[in-house]
Write a protein that binds this ligand. Structure first.
Ligand code: SF4
Length: 359
């Protein structure tokens, strides 16, 4: 047993250097440790959600170098959905949904009221669904655009019906890497907005975009920053490592390739080990693919997000996954990995007890 494994056995927190050296362990060893931690919390349970992922505009003032989704206003395929189109899409969902999730471009043409109207429209159209919308990057942009505080924007959105914000936009917290890939929102602002949500009794998820130009050390530092933030804030409910997609974006055009499946799996397992104060580790199947997601259920992952009806953003950057998986398919993935599926809501509450395929 290595000294790190001895520390893990004693449940002692790992440092940055120790976290980094976890990558040197064989995948099977990492899986054992990560799965042991996950199983102690949840047994064989793996959760999913029935959700619709709506990207209401692709017009964006920013130009993150990993993004293949954004368009300029005058581009032929630039769009902003009307409220009627939003209603039509939600009413045409192929199965009953529990969550409407939207992340979109930062469209400077939209008035503040457009966001409020959007929230009202979603809540009216699918009252049974919870609304997870506006990443910290979007809230920061909207606040700057209208010269409001983050608090003001968040409070107006909550008042209108917002249930949660998505974790997108954390990317990688290192300032040098952020400059190189042109991320405008400062990590301090991203975390500040999440902290404001926690103060308002809204737990959040935090992401990490990895496998582009960052190093493994940047990833561990990112996790440690979340661990430290969570020690104080206590509202980080899930961590979601997102594998960089390597097509149709400026980084891909420079030849930056995405992470190998083993790197994805190791990163998920290490997330579970390092983030001892975050309840859920999610494998985002849109980015990792169905096969890696199934294997990740033995790497400390306890959640696979959801049906993701109509995902566009990762696909615009090259995701080869489908743009929607049925509830039945998600349950079969979980069952196929020898685990027990359970449907959850957007606050990670279990909606039904373990439902087995065919029952
Ligand atoms: S990632 Fe988001 S903020 Fe960045 S360019 Fe793409 S749509 Fe805009």
């Amino acid at each position: 047993m290595t000294s790190i494994e001895a520390k893990l056995q004693q449940k002692v927190r790992l440092t940055l250097e120790e976290g980094l050296s976890l990558y040197d362990l064989p995948l099977g060893t990492l899986a054992q440790w990560a799965d042991g931690i996950k199983s102690a919390k949840y047994g064989d349970r793996v959760t999913f959600i029935k959700n619709y992922y709506l990207n209401f505009t692709n017009i964006c003032r920013y130009a993150c170098k990993y993004c293949g989704f954004r368009r300029n206003k005058g581009d032929a395929d630039a769009y902003t959905l009307t409220l009627e189109q939003v209603v039509h899409k939600l009413q045409s969902a192929p199965e009953a949904i529990r969550e409407v999730w939207f992340s979109s471009g930062l469209n400077p043409e939209l008035p503040f009221q457009a966001y409020i109207d959007l929230i009202h429209t979603v809540k009216r159209t699918v009252p049974r669904a919870q609304l997870k919308a506006f990443t910290a990057v979007e809230i920061d942009f909207i606040a700057k655009q209208f010269q409001y505080t983050h608090e003001y924007v968040l409070d107006r959105f909550i008042e209108a019906g917002l249930d949660r914000i998505p974790g997108g936009g954390a990317e990688i917290f290192d300032d040098e890497v952020r400059k190189k890939i042109d991320i405008k929102t400062r990590p301090e602002d991203y975390l500040r907005i999440h902290g404001l949500c926690h103060e308002r009794d809204m737990q959040t998820s935090i992401t990490m975009l990895f496998g582009h130009i960052e190093t493994r050390k940047h990833r561990i530092a990112h996790m440690l920053r979340i661990r430290e933030f969570q020690d104080k804030s206590k509202g980080v409910q899930a961590f979601i490592p997102l594998a960089y997609q390597d097509e149709n974006n400026p980084l891909a055009k420079r030849g930056v390739r995405g992470p190998h499946p083993v790197e994805v799996l190791k990163t998920l397992a290490i997330s579970r080990i390092m983030l001892d104060n975050v309840d859920h580790i999610q494998s985002f199947w849109i980015d990792s693919g169905a096969e890696v997601t199934q294997i990740s259920l033995h790497m400390g992952v306890d959640d696979i997000n959801g049906t993701m009806i109509e995902e566009n953003i990762a696909h615009a950057s090259g995701s080869k996954a489908k743009t929607y998986e049925t509830t039945q398919a998600l349950m079969q993935w979980i069952e196929g990995a020898g685990k027990v599926p359970a449907e959850r809501g957007c606050r990670f509450e279990i909606l039904e007890n373990e439902v087995r395929v065919g029952s």
